[in-house]
Design a protein around this ligand. Structure first.
Ligand code: NAD
Length: 262
């Protein structure tokens, strides 16, 4: 039976992406929430997700307002177990395969789910721009603890768990709206982009700045740009290749095909 988008097109997309990958030796992947939807974690900008119902809590509100902090931990009761249980999908694993082949120099991610690490990358190659949901830090004494342990305290009935060491305010090690970007991560991401020969965007709407500006740094430094995202992005007209498809289907197929071409 004929579908709206014939199989031939999907195949041609895969071949074009495989060709770009095959030509490249310094690939930098730039990933967003869309690479993890097939692992069961909803993104922000597709309708119907957990985050769809909630406005983000600004960093200043988190600092100033106990109710904003309690709301953060309340939301975590619903969202953290989803992230904690998620497993890397075929798209995450395809990027690990590119690293094993010596073609991928970095994964710059907006995601906080830790799935690139879990998929098996060299940790040095993963740059988490917005932090990670698996840790909690005391804003007073800087003590780092596992999210799992703090989450268990919230589940047990503490609405706003405090630092066990100094009594200070605890915050998940994710970057909130209104909070400064982590400088070391931005510096590493910037350097990787400048050295890239292919920037491969996977599952990002490319609207959250300053992170979304990073692929452009790669392009301005001479890299090709390929965008694999289900919806259009503001950088589509700058890209050498745009594929509107599912990351977990297109990327593994293109990575496998590029090995055949090579
Ligand atoms: P976004 O929600 O703005 O955009 C995700 C994009 O992925 C959308 O354009 C959507 O069309 C596309 N998409 C969804 N499923 C896809 C699939 N299977 N294959 C290909 N494309 C797919 O996400 P963003 O650009 O990462 O920015 C939003 C912010 O949300 C980020 O700062 C990020 O930290 C945070 N966030 C992270 C997670 C996570 O860690 N998994 C989840 C939700 C939100």
């Amino acid at each position: 039976m004929m579908s709206d988008k014939p199989d031939f097109d999907a195949g041609a997309d895969v071949v074009r992406l495989a060709d770009l990958i095959g030509k490249s030796r310094q690939i930098v992947a730039f990933t967003g929430a869309g690479i993890s939807t097939e692992s069961g974690i909803p993104d922000f900008r597709s309708p119907g997700g957990i985050w769809d119902r909630n406005q983000p809590i600004q960093f200043q509100d988190f600092l100033a307002d106990g109710e904003a902090r309690r709301e953060t931990w309340r939301r975590g009761l619903e969202t953290y177990p989803v992230v904690a249980a998620a497993q890397p999908n075929a798209a995450h694993l395809a990027l690990v395969e590119l690293e094993r082949r010596g073609q991928l120099t970095a994964v710059v991610t907006q995601n906080i789910d830790g799935l690139h690490h879990r998929a098996g990358h060299d940790p040095e190659r993963v740059v988490e721009l917005h932090g990670n949901a698996h840790g909690v830090r005391c804003l007073m004494c800087d003590m780092l603890s596992a999210r799992e342990a703090v989450h268990a305290r919230v589940v047990a009935g503490e609405p706003e768990p405090a630092c066990t060491d100094c009594g200070g305010i605890l915050k998940p090690t994710t970057i909130s709206f209104g909070e400064g970007m982590p400088r070391p991560a931005m510096v590493r991401a910037d350097r990787a982009m400048r050295q890239a020969d292919l920037v491969l965007v996977v599952g990002s709407s490319l609207v959250v700045y300053p992170a979304a500006g990073l692929p452009l740094i790669g392009v301005q430094s001479g890299a090709r740009l390929a965008i694999l995202n289900q919806a259009p992005t503001p950088l589509d007209d700058q890209a050498d290749l745009v594929i509107q498809g599912r990351a977990g289907e297109v990327l593994p197929a293109a990575v496998a095909r590029s090995a055949e071409l090579g």
